[in-house]
Design a protein around this ligand. Structure first.
Ligand SMILES: *Cc1c(COP(=O)(O)O)cnc(C)c1O
Length: 477
């Protein structure tokens, strides 16, 4: 399996080469040259593997189709080390919970940080440790977070050999629970940097440091952001696992649909990949909050990036995005893998004009028919109503992002087609809004009891890239 860039760079790479890289050299995103095809016989085989041997072995089957430069026995060991009941809480890893006939929640949030990002990040941590060890190299991950990504990265990389994490976050702007999750980690290879500023200041610092190519090379700076292909690939697995669970009673050859609370388009893009591989998916429903960049595109064909001032702070903050960093992957496929057009749209037109318009394009008009994509949007009032309704009718507490998904899912149900809503976080991460909706606090898993009172390991710093560089330099041996 070789990987290409969405912007047409001539070079083709293998998995372990792109694992530690971010963007392709031409600024594009990596995708496999072709999507491996899964036929009915293979689906039957995988169904049996998931049922009899578990999620880790299913993950190995899927990943094997995309990774041919790690020996099979090693890859299987990595999957088995990653997806354990001890880490993810159940033997199914991603259990399906029925709500009402034909409507399910797939739990992706029982990992170490209680959000779906653990599903991919935990694998990434083990892949990084393996590959860096094999090469005898080190990596210093520099990131910016407003919540879920940073903690998922830290919990995935803590104690891993060859890896350090330097995570910037806006001082005082994460929820107390999210802060405590990150700052209570005492591992020597994890560094929290609380910046006196907002999330954009943190991102600017990461950009400034990464643009200093000498520094970047000298200190082996890398990232774990959502454009990393390995993260996307890991997420493909739970679409298969959800399908097998939803069709357990009547395996052949029904289609099912998924609704995905979306921000950077990483999660739902994995659904697109699963569908391209042949998983019988009828619809991929993209659910957004008030930051409706993606809903606008699927409704109108216009992709319009928002300015920071026009990006709303909402009660589903992990979907508060101004542009969707994985979207280029889907548009590349939508345009028949025309790299020249993708390069023009994302490399030239978007930076210059902040928007592009595919409404006149036959490809856009077929997005629903050929790719299953539809969309919808949810607001704060919708979230409160959905959280309340779900609690009252089903005795189930859901988080704010999942509520956005459930609200939009109901608008796209089709007769006879099971709908799975991906649960992307547990309610305890967003306790204030749950309390607003229900007048009571969400339950807290026992292992997080009292974390706010634990000693904190964090460095406060003004929003200044030079100071962050000095901090990194003094903590890299
Ligand atoms: C990251 C995140 C999302 C958005 O996922 P994308 O892959 O960026 O679309 C949704 N919900 C939660 C809880 C998240 O942490």
């Amino acid at each position: 399996m070789k990987y290409l860039s969405t912007r047409g760079h001539a070079e083709r790479k293998r998995f372990c080469e792109i694992l530690l890289e971010g963007l392709a050299p031409d600024g594009g995103l990596y995708l496999p040259e072709t999507y491996p095809q899964v036929d009915a016989a293979m689906l039957d085989k995988w169904r049996a593997i998931y049922r009899d041997s578990g999620y880790a072995d299913l993950a190995f089957e899927v990943l094997s189709l995309y990774i041919d430069d790690i020996p099979a026995a090693d890859l299987k060991a990595i999957c088995r080390k990653t997806y354990t009941e001890a880490v993810f809480g159940t033997s199914e890893i991603v259990p399906l919970r029925p709500l009402e006939p034909g409507l399910y929640l797939e739990a992706l949030s029982n990992g170490p940080t209680l959000a779906f990002k653990d599903m991919a990040m935990q694998l990434l941590g083990n892949l990084f440790e393996y590959e860096l060890g094999r090469r005898g190299e080190e990596l210093n991950i520099l990131g910016a977070t407003s919540g879920d990504t940073g903690s998922a990265a830290e919990y995935a990389m803590r104690g891993k050999k060859g890896v350090r994490v330097f995570m910037t976050s806006p001082q005082g702007r994460m929820s107390p629970f999210q802060q405590a999750q990150m700052f209570s980690l005492q591992d020597e290879n994890i560094h929290n940097i609380a910046v006196d500023g907002v999330f954009d200041d943190c991102q600017d610092i990461v950009k400034a440091v990464s643009n200093d190519l000498d520094f970047k090379r000298r200190y082996k700076i890398g990232t774990v952001n959502s454009i990393n292909w390995a993260r996307l690939m890991a997420q493909v697995v739970y679409y298969f696992a959800g399908y097998f669970q939803a069709t357990k009673a009547s395996p052949h050859p029904r289609k099912i649909s998924f609704t995905v609370p979306s921000g950077n388009f990483g999660n739902v893009c994995a659904g697109h990949v699963a569908r391209m591989m042949g998983l019988p998916i009828a619809q991929l429903v993209v659910a957004t909050n008030e930051n409706d960049v993606l809903d606008e595109f699927f409704r109108t064909g216009v992709y319009r990036v928002r300015a920071s001032a026009d990006t709303h702070e909402t009660s589903s903050p992990s979907m508060d995005i101004s542009k969707a960093s994985n979207f280029e992957r889907f548009v590349f496929d939508l345009l028949g893998r025309d790299a020249a057009r993708a390069a023009e749209l994302f490399g030239a037109r978007l930076p210059a004009q902040g928007r592009f318009d595919l409404s006149g394009d036959a490809a856009f008009r077929s997005a629903a028919q050929h790719y299953g994509f539809v969309s919808g949007k949810s607001t704060h009032a919708d979230r409160l109503r959905t959280i309340r309704d779900t609690y009252q009718r089903f005795d189930t507490m859901i988080d704010t992002h999942t509520a956005d998904g459930l609200k939009v899912a109901r608008e796209h149900m089709q007769a006879g087609v099971p709908m799975i809503v991906l649960e992307t976080a547990l309610p305890i991460k967003f306790a204030a809004t749950i309390e607003e909706a229900l007048g009571r606090l969400p339950p807290r898993p026992a292992r997080f009891e009292g974390i706010e009172a634990l000693p904190k390991r964090v460095q406060l710093m003004p929003a200044d890239a030079a100071l962050v560089k000095a901090y990194i330099a003094s903590h890299v041996r």
